[in-house]
Design a protein around this ligand. Structure first.
Ligand code: C5P
Length: 232
């Protein structure tokens, strides 16, 4: 209905890990559960948005009303994110994208050789998906064209605020959600999270701390802040 805060808005999210293939049966990945991104997708629907969720492989069911696009690798995630750009009012990058992928993907299963005690794998840097989307947004706005508001995440184990400010500026994001993943019971794989939201306000960076709370409650705070920034 039209009185919900995000009615008429299209929100695109990335969530979960990526998998970078080594051969047909093996991959490099990380422990991202996708819970934060899925909580954001569910809350965005509850706020009235039309939601597209670009998801790496996770063990979560698709929230009701969400359009889910399944991807595996960072390159697949990037292609899906680029394709969603024109159709998005807000883009939220929640995925734990692998920084590197094996340079060569073997066509057949790699076999261990007799006496082979070490093996070396050469990796290639993956593109920074959100930085690419954000620089495109910046170009569109400079040209006076509409472009999505960009929200990123920064999971750190130390100097959280420092690294988050740096990422906000360097990746040209509109807002960043910084969280300390070193706190036991919070962050990765957990149902709760604490975070600080940072965004550009006039010529400085404003921030809002959110105490540990269920991920869906944090998701709502993030979305309400993003909606405020989008309306300005
Ligand atoms: O640089 P770092 O990985 O800490 O940045 C985290 C933020 O950047 C998250 O929003 C994440 O989804 C996004 N990211 C991305 N593509 C990458 C690496 C990170 O979109 N290759």
């Amino acid at each position: 209905s039209s009185e919900l805060p995000a009615s008429g808005l299209r929100i695109t999210l990335t969530a979960g890990p990526t998998r970078e293939a080594l051969d047909p049966v093996r991959y490099l990945s990380n422990h991202s559960s996708g819970k934060m991104g899925y909580a954001l997708a569910a809350e965005a629907v509850a706020l009235g948005a039309s939601v597209r969720l670009i998801s790496g492989p996770v063990a979560l069911s698709t929230p009701a009303g969400v359009e889910r696009i399944d991807v595996e690798s960072a390159l697949e995630m990037q292609a899906a994110a680029e394709a969603a750009f024109e159709d998005s009012d807000i883009f939220i990058g929640c995925a734990a994208v692998a920084d590197f992928r094996p340079t060569e993907v073997a066509t057949h299963k790699l076999k261990k050789q007799a006496g082979e005690e070490q093996m070396q794998v050469v990796l290639t840097r993956n593109p920074d998906i959100i930085a690419g989307i954000a620089s495109r947004s910046h170009k569109y706005r400079t040209a006076g064209q509409p472009a999505p508001l960009i929200v990123g995440f920064a999971a750190e184990t130390r100097d959280v605020a420092h690294y988050a400010r740096d990422k906000l500026t360097r990746k040209r994001l509109d807002m960043i959600v910084a969280n300390d993943v070193s706190t036991p019971g919070l962050g990765f794989g957990s149902d709760s999270n604490a975070a600080t939201l940072l965004w550009h306000e006039r010529d400085s960076i404003a921030q809002q701390a959110i105490d540990a709370c269920p991920k869906f409650a944090l998701a709502r705070e993030i979305l309400l802040r993003a909606l405020t920034l989008h309306h300005h």
